[in-house]
Design a protein around this ligand. Sequence first.
Ligand SMILES: [Zn+2]
Ligand SMILES: [Zn+2]
Length: 583
Amino acid sequence: MQQEKDTDAIRHSLAHLLAMAVLEKFPKAQLGIGPVIEHGFYYDFKLPQPLTPEDLPALEARMRELARLPLAMKGRKVAPAVAKKVFKNQPFKLDLIKEFTKEKRPLSIYTLSGPDSKSSFDDLCRGGHVKSTAEIPLEGFKLTHIAGAYWRGNEKNPQLTRIYGLAFGSKAELEDHLRMREEAERRDHKILGKKLGLFAFSPEVGPGLPLYLPAGNAIREAILGYISDLKRERGYSFVWTPHLAKESLYRRSGHLGKYDAMLPSIQAEDERWVVKPMNCPHHFEVYRASTWSYRDLPVRIAENATDYRNEKSGELNGLLRVRSLTQDDTHHIVRYDQIQAEIDMILGIVKHVYDRFGFKKFRARISIRDPKNKKKYFGSDALWEKAEAGLIEAVERWGVPHFIGTGEAAFYGPKIDVLVEDAIGREWQLTTIQLDYVQPENFDLSYTDEQGRKARPAVLHVAVLGSLDRFFAIAIEHFAGAFPFWLAPVQVGVLTVNEAAEPYAREVKNALAKQDIRVWLDERNETIGRKIREAELQKIPYLLVIGKREAEAKTVAVRERGKGDQGAVSLKEFQERIAPELS
Ligand SMILES: [Zn+2]
Ligand SMILES: [Zn+2]
C-alpha cells in the first residue's frame, strides 16, 4: 500500500512536470487537468498548434532535465481571489476555481521551483506529490501517446489534447509493463479472431453482434459441450426459453423501470415485448410450471441462452462487450438450509473449469452490505448476517484467497465473484454466484415443506463462464490462439505431399473423423513446405504429412505444434497417442 502511494506521488508529480514542459514550449497553452491513472498519468491542454507523437520524445527529455535540477514541490492554501489572480490567463483553471468556490471546497496551489528560482510552475491541485523531483526515477517514465478529449468530457466544450504517460518506481518495472503490453497486443483477440477466422462483425448486421465463423463456432460448441456435461453429471435440468417476453414479465422482476435503457423492446400488435436481457424471469416461470415439495429441492434450471442488451456503441469492445451475449446461466432454487451445500457444489464446478483452461491463480470477492446504509437492502438483519457469513465460510472451505467488497452487494442479496489471472497476469472477473431472496417473493416461488405448509425458497443466479463471448475473448488471449487439443477448431491437419498420397490420406482423414476428431485434409496442389507453413499459422495441434512412402507403409509423419517433426508412426499408434487428449 505504501509503495502504491509513493508511485501515485511520482505519477502525479510527473503530470505537473509535463504541464511545465508543455508551457515552456507553448507559452499560450491552456491547461486542463492532469490526474493519476492506472499505470501512469495524463494531462489535457488546449494548444495553439497541433502536437504530433514525434514531439513527445523532446517533451520527455525536457521533463527529465527539469527533474534533474531538481525542482522542489511546495503547496499552499489560497483564497479564491488569489487563485483567480495566479490563473488569470488560464480559463479552464478559472472554471475549476469557480466550481470549487461555489462548493466551498478549499483551494490550493502547488509550485514546482528550481534552485535558481528562474524555473517555476504553479498548478491548481489538492496535493499528493513528491517533495522534490529528485525522488522521481528518471528512467521509470515514458510519454506514450496523444488523444483528443473534451473539457470535462462534454462534447459541447472545447476539444483538448491529452498527453498520456506511463510511470513506475523503476526502469525495470516500466520495461516489464511495456513487455506485458506488447504481449497483450500480440494476443489481442480481435486480431487473432480475424487471423484464425474465428468470428466477424458485419456492418450490415450491426455493431456488437458477433458472427461466429465455423472455426470459432467449433470452439464455442466445445466449451459449451464441456460445461453442459459437467452440469448434467450434477443433476442440472436443461431447458429452452424464448428470446422474447411480455413487458409485464420484466415489470414483475423489477428490471423494467430500472434498466429500461438496457432493454431492447419491440411493438407487435397491441403488446410491447422485451427482448430478454437475462433469463431469470423465464426460468422462474419454468419453476412455476410444476409444484414442488421440500424433497425435490434443489432444482437446478440451466440454459445456455443468448440475451440482448443495448450496450452503448462507445463501450463495445470485440467479444469482451457485445450486444448479443450467451450465458451459461443457471438458477438454483434451494431451501434456506441447502444454500451452503449448493454453493460448495458450484465452487467445485468452478474449480474444475479453471483447471481445464489452465487458470492457475484466482481469488474470490465476497460482496456484502454497506453497514452504514442497511435500510436499502431487502430482508432482515439476521438473514443477511447469516447469508454473508455463509458465503465467506463457503469460500474459506474452497480454500481460495478472498477479499470482502463492502457495500458491493445488490439490494437483494450478497454474492461471490471469482477473479481469474490469465497467462500474462491480467485479472478477469468470470464466475458470479448471486444469492437472491427477493425474486422468489416477486414471482411467488414456493414449495411445500415437511409440515405441508407453503414455504419460500432462495435463488442462486450462477454463470460459471459468465458471458461465453467474453470468456471466449479471454481464452483466445490466454492461449494466444494456440488452443489446447480439446478446443482447437482443427485438431489434426492431414497434408498430402503429392497426388499419389491422396487415397491413403483420405483413409486417414475418415478414420480420425470416426474417432470424433476435428480433422482437415489439405490436398491442394501446393508444395508441402507451403502447406505446413500455412497450417502452422492456423496453430493446428497435429499435422500428419503423407507422401508416397507413408502411403506404402501405412504410416503418418507427425508434426506436433511447438515441437516440430516427431517422426513416422502407424496410424493406429497415432490414434492411441492422442486418445487421452480427447476426453
Ligand atoms: Zn498535483
Ligand atoms: Zn438470474
